[in-house]
Each structure stands twice: as C-alpha cells, then as structure tokens.
Design a protein around this ligand. Structure first.
Ligand code: GDP
Ligand code: MG
Length: 222
C-alpha cells in the first residue's frame, strides 16, 4: 500500500535552494465582510500573530512578508553542510502542515463566529536575485491591493470598473482622500523577522519600499 499508493505521489523539494511558502486566506473577500474598511488593524495583527507562530515552528525559516490576506515565508537549508530542510522537503507535509498551523494560530488570534481557512503553496527558486524579485512582486501587489481597498471604501464597484491606478488616485483625491497618507504597513506590507536578541520573532511595521531600499531585503535573504 505504501509503495503502490503513498510513495507514488511523494514529491520532494530539491536541496540547497530557496524555498518560499505562501499562505493565502480562503475566500477572504467574504470572510472580511463587516470588518473595518479599507484596512482592518485587528485582521493585520492576527495575521502577524499567525505568521510569528508558524515562523517559530518551521525549520530553516529566515523571514516572512505579509500583506492583505497573505503571508510568504522564506526557508533555506544551505547554511551548513547538514542544515535540515523542513520535513526533508516532503511537499505534501510542508503545504498541509503550514496551512493547518497558520489557520490554527489565526483562528486563535481572531476569535470569530466564522472559521477562517488558508491555502498554502510552495515555490522553489534557485537564484538569490529572483528571491528578491519575488518579494518585490508581492510588495507591488500590496500597493495595488491597498489602493483598490481604499478606492472601494469610497466608490461603488461599478464606478471603479476599468479605471487605471492614476484614475483611482484622482477619484480619491476628489473626495479629499490621499492614498499616500495611509499607514505605511497597509501600503507596503509587514515583515516578520527574528528579534534583536535572536530568540523570538517580531513584526516590523515600518518596512521600506523594497525597490527603493534594496539593502533591507539584501540583509534578510541569505
Ligand atoms: N475589510 C478588509 N478586508 C480586507 C483587508 N485585507 C484584505 N481584505 C479582503 O481580503 C481579500 C483578499 O483578496 P484575495 O485573496 O484575492 O481574495 P479571496 O479569494 O476572497 O481571499 C480582499 O479582496 C479584501 O476583500 C482589510 O484590512 N480589511
Ligand atoms: Mg485570499
């Protein structure tokens, strides 16, 4: 049974690569109905708490980047010759356990009548510069999402359809709302990284625009 059926779908990650795990809220458009708009501090704090919980439990986690309803984690296994890879790179274990731990920590930090669920996917990236590009890409998505959420808090869905980002900025400006003045972490996302004493993990809410300040990611990516 094990050989014929279980092992047949056993997929393992290659060693000594950069591994990214991305967790995303399932149907959060609906789950977040009734929450503070455009940005919910309570939601962001619960996502950070879940990310910190997962960082503590995974092996080889370097840092995590979160925005909207998602969090991406960078794992590496090449610090030492015998550095372990989480679950020996077993993909089914990695995605199922990361999703279930994140989900459990989130629901604990965000008591609600509804049950929140998250999916998880794993990516393997071989080049260091492409890892930085991955996080740049997620941060670009953060800015786009935060502009869309701000715009949809002031305009109906139909009014925003087909509008460019520039047009959305202008429409908000017409109502005296300026996206640039929103809290930095809602525009740029947040990073969970090791605390200064190296023992625990903490959320950094004052991260730069990665594109403008490459040194920030450069220090975090091994
Ligand atoms: N009210 C509120 N909603 C949020 C916030 N952050 C994320 N969301 C919602 O979460 C959704 C996440 O998008 P996405 O993952 O693409 O959609 P999903 O498939 O419905 O989870 C957004 O469309 C928003 O509706 C927030 O701070 N406040
Ligand atoms: Mg989602």
């Amino acid at each position: 049974m094990k050989q014929d059926y279980e092992d047949a779908l056993r997929v393992t990650l290659p060693r000594r690569s950069y591994v990214v795990i991305r967790i995303d809220g399932r149907g959060f458009h609906t789950f977040t109905k009734g929450l503070e708009r455009p940005y919910s501090r309570r939601l962001a704090e619960a996502l950070d708490a879940a990310a910190i919980g997962l960082c503590q439990e995974m092996i080889g986690c370097r840092f995590a980047y979160g925005q909207s309803d998602e969090y991406s984690f960078l794992l590496t296994d090449f610090e030492k010759e015998n550095s372990p890879l989480w679950f020996d790179g077993n993909v089914q274990k990695i995605v199922s356990v990361s999703a279930s731990l994140f989900t459990a920590y989130f629901n604990k930090a965000f008591p609600s009548e509804r049950i929140a669920a998250f999916d998880s996917r794993v990516l393997v990236i071989s080049r260091r510069d492409e890892v930085a590009k991955y996080f740049l890409w997620r941060q670009l998505d953060a800015s786009a999402n935060s502009l869309n959420m701000l715009a949809s808090a002031h305009y109906a869905h139909a009014e925003l359809e087909g509008k460019s980002n520039t047009e959305k900025h202008e429409m908000l400006f017409a109502k005296g709302v300026n996206w640039a003045k929103q809290a930095a972490d809602f525009k740029r996302g947040r990073v969970v990284r090791r605390s200064a004493d190296g023992k625990g993990w903490e959320a950094d809410l004052a991260i730069p625009v990665f594109n403008r300040d490459p040194a920030y990611l450069n220090l975090l990516i091994p």
